[in-house]
Structure formats: C-alpha cells, structure tokens
Write a protein that binds this ligand. Sequence first.
Ligand code: MN
Length: 445
Amino acid sequence: MTDPLFKSLIESFDSYIKRDSDIKLIEKAYILARDKHEGQMRKSGEPYITHPIAVAKILADLKGGPATLIAALLHDTVEDTSLTLKQVETIFGSDIAQLVDGVTKIGKLSFNTQASQADNHQKMLLAMAKDIRVVLIKIADRLHNVRTLDSMSPEKQYKTATETLEIYAPLAHRLGIFRIKAELEDRSLRYTDPPMYYRVSNMIQAKRTERESSIEHVITNITELFTISDLHDFEIKGRIKNIFSIYKKMVRDNRAFEDIYDLLAVRIIVDRIETCYQALGIIHANFTPIPRRFKDYIAVPKPNMYQSLHTTVLSDDGTLFEVQIRTSEMDQIAEYGIAAHWAYKENKAYSKEKEQFEIAQKLKWYGELMKMSEDSDETDGSAEEFVGTIKGDILDANVYVFTPKGEVIELPKGATPIDFAYRIHTDIGNKMVGALVNNRIVTLD
Ligand code: MN
C-alpha cells in the first residue's frame, strides 16, 4: 500500500495496533470510504476523504481501537454516499454499524434549527449514554471541522463555533479530554469573538519572553530545593493557559489581562502519590502559601476524574505562582481524560459492556446519565425537561455531599436536604422530618 494518505494514518496507529487482520480491516474501510466519497470535495477544495482520515488520526492519537478508527473512516459515508448501513453491517459487523449509525444520527440533528436545540441535546446525550465511542468520534469530527473552518462562509463559521463552545467543548471537558477541549475553545473563539481572540493572543505573544524567564527562575529554584531534600525523579514544566480560559476570566469576571496572565504556573510530575505530598511539603516549607488556595484533588478527584494537588505560593522575589503536583498517570488523565482510560490494548479482549461499565464507575455523572436515559425511554417527558434535568442534576453538579456510608452524591448549586433525601431514595424523601449538615441541625429548605 503506497497511498500516502493511508500511510499517514497507519503511522498514527502502528504503535498500538499490530494485528494483521485489524490493519487489513482498517485498510478495507479506508478504500471503501475513498471510493464512495470519490468526486466529492470539501469546501477547501481537498478531496473529501481527507476529512475522515483526519478524524481517524485524531482518534488514533487518543489510542482508539480498530472499531473506532473504522467507524471514523466511514462516519460520513451513510449520510453522504450511496453506502447503506446494512452494507456496513454486512462487511464490518453490527458493532461498527452501530457506531456509524450513532454518529450519523447526531450529525443529522445538528442541522436542526434553534427551536429544536433542546431535542438535539437530548438525542446527543442519549447516543452518548449508549456508547462513549460515538461521542469521541463526534468530538474528533468536530475538532477537524473547526480546524478547517476558514473555508466556510462567515455565517457557517459563527454557527459552528458557537455550537462548539456550547456543546462540544463542555462535553470534552466533562470527559476530561483537556487537550481537545482547549483546542476546540481557542479555535472557536477566533470566529465568535475575533477582536478579543486576537487581543488576547497578541498580549500573550508580547509577554512571552518575560514570562518564560520568570518561569525558568522558579523551575531552577524548585529543582534545587528538591535535590537538597533528596527528592529525585521529577519533572517540572511551565504551564500555559489557553486563550479561551484567559478570555473567559476577562469577560466573565471582568478582570484585567495582567491579573490573570501574570500569575505564573508550574506543573510538577512525580512517580508516586506519596511523593506528591512530599513535594508539596517542600514547596510550602520554602515559599509562603496563599490561604485558601490549597486544593487536594488527589484525595477528592474532580467529577471528570482529574487528580492533582493545587497551591499558590509567594516566591522569594514577591511574585505569585501556581503549582500543580501530580503523578505521571494523573497527568495522562488530566490531558486525555476518559480517553486515557479508554486507550486500546491489543492483548485485552474488548467488550463494549465492560468498557461502558468501567467508564460509569470512573465518571459518576456518566453512570447516572446512562440510568436516566434508560428511564426516559419509557417515560414521555418533554425534551426540554430531560435536558433541564441533565444539566441541572448532573452537568452543573457542584455540591458534593457524603452519605453516612461515605459515598459521594453530586447535587446542583442551591440544592437542599430534600433533594439529597430524594436522591438516595424516594421513601427517604417522603418520610424525612429533619436534617443534619456537618452535625448541625438545618432547615429542610
Ligand atoms: Mn464528518
């Protein structure tokens, strides 16, 4: 096979997909997609097949398995070519056919008008609850589409970018895929608010040299301290905030660029959990920590599985800097989220059910979403109601309550003891007479 396009795809997965039968099947999907899309062009003027290949490559960077890559190659064929779902099933089996079908359905829904937006969300969330791979393919599809948004009309650019910021970036964030979330945000901002996008990125450029030397100074400092304390096997990196996160703080919190950007940030990667706390001890013993800025997300991970120690300290020359400390495993999850867990391993037998179960265990909100989408198949509530519940109860969850057994229950901001009681069991909700919060009696509302 000498086709350079396909060769570039092979290069992106040949480190982890080695079985000949899998590679043959991926090749078969590529040839089929190429032939079916023959003559179709993207708006950029490139042959259409460049798009499914790019999507498959994004997924290969996340170590997607053969079925995911094949579905990515075929993801637009049923919608845009003569290929039928039945044919996909005959050639590649029902698992891949279901993935292609899931992506096709979400794609169709996104063309709907504003009024049925809530319905889109619902269908999308339902599809997502059925198979996480469908969501990842759709996120990769969207990432390539925003990467190539320049060739679209201004209206289309604005619509796609807005939708990306409203749906896909938060979704990537929920799944903990920081890398993709940040790229989706920065690229979209360029079309939703170009003046601010260029203002922020120009300011970052202007301050780059100054900032790099300050970070260099802090890194040298910490490295010396660690070495004296006999702490070895660590890595310290300067951390870059993405354009969108700076923009959000400037617009939403009305803060000056300098307030946000001048805050230096370093990330310390060590080999073991114990070493994280040892490193923290050394930092706090040598720099003054800022009160209330210390957060232990190792003991209490974020809902998207993120783990790290966070602190902000004052350096010897009077500048503030943020420190994140974590193991390399936690660092993988911080960058790739659920995809780090999902990474394909050839020697392990793949089971869709097992994967769904494992992800539901790791991502509490995902498990709850699956339960809710099963329930909603029977009940006939409105789409708005369903989305409202999901947004309120799960995606916006930011109150964490421990049950007496130590299980964490996530509730939306403003939730009351009554909500907590009903979440545990309807009977408890119906019969509750009082509540204790942190050993103190509180009113039920
Ligand atoms: Mn596509």
